[in-house]
Design a protein around this ligand. Structure first.
Ligand SMILES: Nc1ncnc2c1ncn2[C@@H]1O[C@H](COP(=O)(O)OP(=O)(O)OP(=O)(O)O)[C@@H](O)[C@H]1O
Ligand SMILES: [Mg+2]
Length: 250
């Protein structure tokens, strides 16, 4: 059975129009997926709908076959799906450690929370050395690591990460993608949205192409990377530019 399934989900904001139009997609446990598509396609809206921030107007969101559509965000989190939003949503005036403690809010045992924080510090040594620093004063890359670390405090089965490399220098983005690779090794199911299509496809096994709130293509990420026709048909300038650059080099 799929870990997560969207069945003909239509959703949107407040009194506005439908943004997602009957989107159906399946996420299997332990796999990594990427949602790609132009600005405004509805990529973040998919994540917000699964996270419980938007209630589907039609259709079903199923976790292990049970409906979670419209469940409160904290209950979705408790059910094992963690959402790292595009703006990272840290508590800027709290320290690194306090942000991690907040990430452990579902865990009543303080000793367990402390142990998890130690695990996060082992994974991100920079966070240990900055434990007392206010999150808002950290660099973009450090803040993204903290956002991922805070998300890990809930020991999620699945992480939805929106634009993990947004605003980061290429080398810093590399570090974030190394972290994402280790999340995969930990067996965490991943659903990424990534502005940088090449990186997003390289980091995942399967991709969903979204356009105007509609799922246009679902394919293995490497097939999209390798198939010039798909690249040309479905992907914007970014990849075509990549192809031109490659051609020029050849
Ligand atoms: N809070 C909001 N209230 C009303 N409309 C919104 C809100 N957030 C997004 N939208 C609208 O929903 C549509 C899809 O937005 P969404 O943020 O899901 O796109 P996206 O694919 O993530 O784009 P981007 O690549 O720019 O992040 C857009 O038309 C956007 O204007
Ligand atoms: Mg977005």
């Amino acid at each position: 059975m799929a870990l997560l399934e969207l069945q003909e989900v239509t959703s949107g904001y407040a009194f506005g129009p439908d943004i997602l139009q009957s989107v159906s997609l399946t996420v299997d446990e332990g796999r990594a997926y990427c949602i790609i598509g132009p600005n405004g396609a509805g990529k973040s809206t998919v994540l917000k709908t699964v996270a419980g921030l938007l209630r589907p107007r039609e259709g079903q969101v199923l976790l292990d076959g049970t409906s979670i559509g419209g469940l409160r965000p904290d209950l979705v989190l408790a059910a094992g799906i963690c959402y790292v939003p595009q703006d990272r949503s840290l508590f800027p005036d709290m320290t690194v450690k306090e942000n991690l403690v907040m990430g452990g809010f579902l865990q009543p045992d303080r000793k367990v929370v402390s142990e998890r924080i130690e695990q996060i510090f082992d994974m991100f040594p920079i966070l240990r050395s900055r434990a007392g620093q206010h999150a808002g004063t950290m660099s973009g890359g450090e803040q993204q690591m903290l956002a991922l670390g805070r998300a890990l405090m809930t020991q999620p089965r699945m992480m939805m990460i929106d634009e993990p490399s947004l605003g980061l220098a290429p080398q810093v983005a590399d570090q974030i993608f190394e972290t994402i690779a280790s999340l995969r090794q930990m067996g965490i199911t991943l659903l990424l949205v990534e502005q940088n299509v090449l990186r997003g496809l390289e980091a995942t096994q399967d991709a969903f192409l979204l356009d105007l709130g509609t799922l246009r293509l679902e394919a293995p990420s490497d097939r999209i990377l390798d198939d010039p026709r798909i690249r040309e048909l479905y992907l914007g300038r970014q990849l075509q530019r990549g192809t031109e650059a490659e051609t020029r080099e050849n």
